[in-house]
Design a binder for this molecule. Structure first.
Ligand code: S3P
Length: 163
């Protein structure tokens, strides 16, 4: 059984939806950022701060390569994971790719003050530029689900109906 892979910008709900979806299916849930933290014993922001984004991306690819070989996983990726073609191929080979979409306003409202994401620390214009740049990649997914105005349960139901 192929994995279910959630991609999309930061704050679109990948981890929250992924956990709930995995519960509904009685599948295991894997979060790439969590796995990177477990392997390196550092938080994502700590890796960025100490070693830079390049190091984070290489840890991310190692995790993706490993988990893509498994089955019946709901995988929540980081917002930049799918941008690396090698990650995309590995995930797509053994999984259905679902992009969670949300407007930037919905994302910023959701994230609020408790934001420790290194790539969301800049001015709104920089975040917006990144959001726009990445839409083309996310649009290649097998399915796209807009999460902007929906509850987690509504999004999960919508995904289940797609499968
Ligand atoms: C990133 C998103 C983050 C995390 C890292 C880089 C990105 O994950 O992987 O900070 O490049 O968009 P979330 O999408 O879960 O916040």
């Amino acid at each position: 059984m192929r994995n279910i892979v959630l991609i999309g910008f930061m704050g679109t709900g990948k981890s929250t939806v992924g956990k709930r979806l995995a519960q509904s299916l009685a599948w295991d849930f894997v979060d790439t950022d969590y796995e990177i933290g477990a392997v390196t014993d550092l938080s994502v922001s700590e890796i960025f701060r100490r070693y830079g984004e390049t190091r984070f991306r290489s840890e991310e690819s190692i995790v993706v390569d490993r988990i893509s070989r498994q089955e019946r996983l709901v995988i929540a990726t980081g917002g930049g994971t799918a941008l690396n073609p090698a990650n995309w191929s590995a995930l797509a080979e053994n999984g259905v790719i679902i992009a969670l979409h949300a407007t930037l306003d919905a994302i910023l409202a959701r994230i609020g003050h408790k934001n420790d994401r290194p790539l969301l620390k800049g001015p709104k214009e920089a975040i917006e530029k990144l959001w726009i740049e990445r839409q083309k990649c996310y649009a290649q997914a097998d399915y796209i689900v807009d999460t902007s105005q929906k509850t987690v349960d509504e999004v999960v139901r919508e995904i289940l109906a797609l499968l």
